[in-house]
Design a protein around this ligand. Structure first.
Ligand SMILES: Cc1cc2nc3c(=O)[nH]c(=O)nc-3n(C[C@H](O)[C@H](O)[C@H](O)COP(=O)(O)O)c2cc1C
Length: 143
C-alpha cells in the first residue's frame, strides 16, 4: 500500500496541524500521504488499508467529537481487527482520558496502536510533538 490515509476531525486547526506533520513523515519515508477530513470518509474507505492514522481532539467531556468522529468510529470498530493505527489529537485542559479510552477501544477491536499510545498535545503541536508526529508518519509508512 503506497498511499497512507490520515483521517481527522479538527474544530480550530490544532489536530489538523498534527495530521499535516504525520503526512510529512509518511512522505519523507517514500509513501504518499492522503490527509482527509473525516466528514469525507466512510469506514468502508479504510477496509483495504492495513495501516492509517486517526486524529481527533478531546471534545465533550473527554470524548471524541460526537457529530462525525464518534459515528465514524462506531462504524470502523468492526473493521479494525489486524490493522495498525496511529492515534493523535490535541487537548485543552484535561488529563488525556479521551485518548486513553480511544487507544483501549481500538485495541479491544483488535488493532495495534503504533507506539503503544496516542500522540497528544496541549493546543498546537510544539517542536517535540512535531518530532513525534514525523516519526509516527515514518512508522506508518513502514507498517
Ligand atoms: C466543546 C469542547 C469541548 C472540549 N472538551 C475538552 C475536554 O474534555 N478536555 C480537554 O482537555 N479539552 C477539551 N476541549 C479543548 C480542545 O480539545 C482543544 O481546544 C483542542 O486544542 C482543539 O483541537 P482542534 O484545534 O483540533 O479542534 C474542548 C473544546 C471544545 C470546543
Amino acid at each position: 500500500m503506497n498511499k497512507i490515509k490520515i483521517v481527522y476531525w479538527s474544530g480550530t486547526g490544532n489536530t489538523q496541524m498534527m495530521a499535516d506533520k504525520i503526512a510529512e513523515g509518511v512522505n519523507a519515508a517514500g509513501k504518499t500521504a492522503e490527509v482527509l477530513v473525516v466528514d469525507d470518509v466512510t469506514a468502508g474507505d479504510l477496509q483495504d488499508d492495513q495501516a492509517f492514522a486517526l486524529g481527533c481532539p478531546s471534545m465533550g467531556v473527554e470524548q471524541l467529537e460526537e457529530g462525525v468522529m464518534e459515528p465514524f468510529m462506531m462504524d470502523l470498530e468492526g473493521e479494525l481487527s489486524g490493522k495498525q493505527v496511529v492515534l493523535f489529537g490535541s487537548y485543552g485542559w484535561g488529563n488525556c482520558e479521551w485518548m486513553e479510552d480511544w487507544v483501549e477501544r481500538c485495541e479491544k477491536a483488535g488493532a495495534t496502536v503504533i507506539g503503544g499510545e496516542g500522540i497528544t498535545c496541549l493546543g498546537e503541536p510544539d517542536g517535540d510533538t512535531n518530532d513525534e508526529l514525523l516519526n509516527a508518519g515514518k512508522a506508518l509508512a513502514e507498517a
